[in-house]
Design a protein around this ligand. Structure first.
Ligand SMILES: C[S@@+](CC[C@H](N)C(=O)[O-])C[C@H]1O[C@@H](n2cnc3c(N)ncnc32)[C@H](O)[C@@H]1O
Length: 338
């Protein structure tokens, strides 16, 4: 289960940093317009609502703080006060994301660049810990041991974990397939970069004009037009591949504007687009790896027991009794006493 290398961790953190900088409150913006709602919110309101006034809570893999904000909602609803901290391995922007959603960041403490395998908190510091679609992205056994260390004896942990059979995972696999098509079978971005590089070798405006109209350029443009059509057609015809149409549109616009903005700026735009695509693909890949089958979730629970938790039987969380949202696991840190 814990096969994450430090390098894959760095690439993933970079990919998530890009995502959180773009401003969302959480990682499921297509499913929930504001903060998490429905059964997910209900679960967390009940979990946090079971904590006494003054409890201290650590939300791991907090992203832009969605679950930390739910913890505060639970406190407000019950007229309690919690001390809430949220950590994430990525660079995060919870205050800006919250403001965009009309939420006050208030006195919640957020720390980016902080992994859940090594939080830096003292032993027995928190009464409760939460993780939503987070611990499964980390080296799980190390993270569970760390959580057991920073929780007080008797402290509780709640986990909502990606389910291998959820709609979110099905969508993710389809998106990865679309990326593979773009990379292997319709290399639009590569072909466009090749053309722009060739044009950028022109020493003068006159030479550029000549190159733009020469035979090689015509041939390359013809090939790119074909690729644009194929990529758009794939995006239109396959489920969850619509984002390929957006990529095709951006590439086409960049090429069209080359005369006006210059080849250097056009290459820069392509590089930005490629950076976004790489980060998106990295997040999708990590999500697929994170999805847990029933056997995997059993293994997760066994690791939690080995780390010093008593664990409730895992159960599936569904929306409206139908769509799978994930696995729910509740755990309690056992006392050190025999
Ligand atoms: C799918 S997002 C979930 C974010 C948030 N909990 C939510 O529900 O919106 C996964 C988050 O886990 C973070 N993450 C992944 N590995 C981590 C690690 N080892 N330590 C801390 N955070 C990690 C990522 O940076 C990312 O922000």
């Amino acid at each position: 289960m814990s096969d994450k290398s430090p390098d894959s961790g760095a690439a993933a953190a970079e990919a998530w940093s890009r995502y959180w900088a773009s401003g969302p409150l959480h990682s499921c913006p297509n499913a929930f317009a504001g903060n998490y709602d429905d059964e997910i919110r209900d679960f967390w309101m009940s979990f946090f609502g079971s904590l006494p006034d003054g409890a201290s809570i650590l939300d791991i893999g907090t992203g832009n703080g969605a679950v930390a904000f739910l913890a505060r909602d639970a406190a407000d609803a019950l007229k309690r006060r919690f001390h809430i901290e949220g950590i994430d391995a990525a660079v995060i922007h919870p205050a800006a994301a919250a403001a965009r959603h009309g939420i006050e960041a208030g006195d919640i403490v957020f720390r980016g660049n902080t992994s859940c395998e090594r939080t830096g908190y003292p032993d027995g510091h928190f009464d409760a810990a939460s993780s939503q679609y987070a611990i499964e992205y980390s080296r799980i056994d190390d993270s569970l041991k760390e959580l057991a260390r920073v929780l007080k004896p008797g402290g509780v942990a709640g986990f909502v974990i990606h389910h291998a059979g959820s709609e979110a995972l099905v969508t993710t696999l389809a998106e990865l397939k679309a990326f593979d098509y773009l990379r292997r079978e319709a290399p639009l971005v590569v072909a466009s970069r090749r053309l722009l590089r060739r044009l950028s070798g022109a020493g003068s405006a006159a030479e550029l004009e000549a190159r733009m109209n020469d035979r090689d350029t015509q041939e390359q443009q013809k090939e790119i037009r074909k690729l644009l059509q194929r990529v758009s057609a794939y995006g239109r015809s396959r489920p969850h591949a619509g984002f390929l149409e957006g990529i095709a549109t951006q590439v086409a616009a960049t090429l069209q504007q080359t005369r006006a903005i210059g080849t250097g700026a056009a290459l820069d735009r392509l590089a930005v687009l490629e950076g976004e695509m790489t980060a998106h693909r990295e997040r999708l890949r990590a999500m697929v790896q994170a999805g847990k089958s029933r056997d995997d979730i059993g293994e997760f629970c066994a690791l939690a027991v080995a780390a010093g938790f008593a664990v409730d039987a895992p159960h599936e969380l569904r929306r409206g009794g139908r769509d799978l949202l994930g696995w729910v696991v509740g755990a309690r840190r056992l006392s050190n006493e025999p």
